[in-house]
Design a protein around this ligand. Structure first.
Ligand code: SAH
Length: 258
């Protein structure tokens, strides 16, 4: 069987790889990916043929992996975090029909929202929305519309791709939109390089977040009215602590009678 594994490698350090991801990479003779991501798992790549292509060359990476698979090599296309979240899983599946006989197998990974949230505390305990601020493939108007809708609906927000050298000012604009719906004192979190060298965290407020410079290794969290700063941890309350006190008397009576 001609096989392409599309593998999410988690935030960085190979200790965050799932066992399934590790096995898929071990089985592969050919591994394609963004240079940094292959570098992060270089110990697993000994003796394997590798293909890297820089940012903007996603199609090349994907095609190289599919071609290798079609040529009969067991191949892996690796992405950071989860390959299905702002990664190449969709593209691999879209292109696969051109490479008859290649079966694509998707291996999930620990996405940045989850690895970064655990470092901050528990910001995503309740409903949340994930928005990418990259307008390379999505028009900025649409990003603003989604952000505004999610902010208005009260979701905790998790922002991927908050900035890069070529995209400055996006985070500031995003904060401006959220501030129309949310208090400037709302608790926010910033995580850079989770699970990698140079990992750093910051718990701050929405008012302060506006003036932060975020790069492409940063994930941002914007809390809602249930989010608190508890001793430096960003925590969204789900209500467990007060749930028992909120039962309407009429329900309580019915329950007791039953
Ligand atoms: N497929 C990846 C996301 C790729 S988009 C995943 O599931 O995690 C790239 C964005 O992901 C970055 O701009 C940043 O917002 C976030 N990101 C990825 N790895 C990260 C890390 N180790 N630390 C903080 N943010 C990260």
């Amino acid at each position: 069987m001609k096989r392409l594994f599309v593998v999410g490698t988690g935030p960085g350090d190979p200790k965050f790889l799932t066992e399934e991801a590790r096995k898929a990479i071990a089985q592969s003779e050919f591994v394609a990916g963004f240079p940094l991501y292959l570098d992060l798992i270089r110990d697993l790549l000994e003796g394997k043929e590798t293909f890297t292509a820089p940012m903007g060359k996603e199609l090349e990476r994907c095609r190289a992996a599919l071609e290798a698979a079609q040529a009969g090599k067991t191949a892996a296309l690796v992405c950071s975090g989860d390959a299905g979240i702002y990664g190449l899983a969709g593209l691999a599946l879209e292109l696969a029909p051109e490479y008859g006989g290649v079966e694509v197998e998707l291996i999930p990974g620990l996405t940045a929202a989850l690895s970064c949230a655990a470092l901050l505390g528990s910001p995503l305990t309740n409903d949340f929305a994930v928005v990418s601020l990259s307008d390379l493939l999505t028009p900025w108007d649409l990003i603003e519309k989604r952000l505004s809708g999610a902010a208005a609906a009260g979701f905790v927000l998790c922002l991927y791709n908050p900035g890069s050298r070529g995209r400055k000012g996006h985070l500031e604009r995003a904060c401006g939109i959220v501030l129309r719906h949310r208090d400037a004192r709302s608790v926010c979190g910033v995580v850079r390089n989770a699970g990698r060298e140079g990992q750093s965290l910051l718990v701050t407020t929405l008012g302060e977040l506006r003036s932060i410079t975020a790069d492409m290794f940063t994930t941002i969290f914007i809390g809602n009215e249930a989010t608190k700063n508890i001793g430096g941890k960003m925590v969204t309350s789900r209500g467990y602590a007060w749930a028992g006190h909120c039962t309407p008397p009429v329900n309580r009576r019915v329950k007791n009678e039953g």
